[in-house]
Design a protein around this ligand. Sequence first.
Ligand code: HEC
Ligand code: HEC
Length: 328
Amino acid sequence: MIHFRSLMVPLFVVMGQSISGFAAEPAGLPPILHPKDNLPTDDKISLGKQLYFDGRLSADNKVSCASCHDPAKGFSNGESFATGVEGKKGGRSSPTVINAAFQKFQFWDGRAKSLEDQALGPIQNPIEMNLTLDAVVAKLNLIDGYKSQFQKVFGTDVTSDGIAKAIAAYERTIVSGNAPYDRFKAGDQAALSEPAQRGMALFFNKANCVACHAGPNFTDNGFHNIGLPGGDEGRFAISKSVGDRGAFKTPTLREIAKTGPYMHDGSLKTFEEVISHYIKGGTPNPQLDEELFPLKLTANEVADLVTFLKEGLSSPDYPAHTAPELPK
Ligand code: HEC
Ligand code: HEC
């Protein structure tokens, strides 16, 4: 099947710059919606990528966005909890940034909506990068390479608004689609092995994963209490609705083989541990989601489900970005 979208190469002109940044989305993903006041340009994306990889956005010059959202670790960090400036640890795991462009909410509790809203949070967080916005802006304005790029992209010196916009524009290029699952769904019978096909059938039926991990990004963009022990109140802190106690955002499952350990508290290390949790139906508690209930899966079925998650949702076009040269 030929998508019309992939035949179109829209050319926009913003502030006198021509843009080829509207690349067609990979197969299986919906169009990326860019905020009207933050359309991407190649220069803006390139600037955002430098900021994303630059430790100078932190108090000790060592912690960048990529420290906790590392392309080599599924844009997560391979640890249960993130480690910020001076080795300080937070109480939640780093979610992947892959396909965050498609999310209606950011953070495990959904406290930010857009990537622009999200980006300045970690810079100011005392246990992550620990700089005030005034301090980071002053620091970057002393770097000629940044000053000139901000002038070119935004027509101003470095501003916090520009930092957020450039990083968000770059993040919208960190996408994963065109996985074996997508190609199978589009009619290529050979795209998935037989165990992965059986695992896919379990995912969408008997194992009930699709009740929450639905749609092209394998998330309903909702919040659910799946019965993990621990005192984190999750979405409740934001919504103050009792039903949201212990509820967290349904994460994407794309590239899930690379992003462990799993869950908001990084408490489950392997797929087998994750599936055991779902087979039990989670730890009973008053807010346990009604879609969580004990499952009867045989050992072979568990193996098939794991194969689907690993093989089916890992793309050959993984966004294996490497650190760019940083301005001086
Ligand atoms: C010290 C580690 C650390 C650093 C540095 C860090 N993050 Fe994060 N990031 C996290 C953690 C932990 C969360 C989840 C926090 C929560 O949900 O309360 C998160 C959440 C996010 C999310 C939301 C993803 C989702 O699915 O909800 C995005 C996007 C993100 N970070 C981008 C960035 C950017 C951009 C930077 C750099 C400006 C950055 N992060 C720096 C640890 C870090
Ligand atoms: C009731 C909704 C719901 C159902 C049903 C569900 N999930 Fe989840 N899933 C979630 C939520 C919410 C989280 C995050 C929970 C947390 O961190 O507290 C999650 C987390 C995960 C994670 C970890 C992702 C990460 O980045 O850490 C995996 C893997 C996963 N689910 C796989 C599955 C599989 C496989 C099934 C079917 C056996 C399933 N889920 C069924 C809602 C659900």
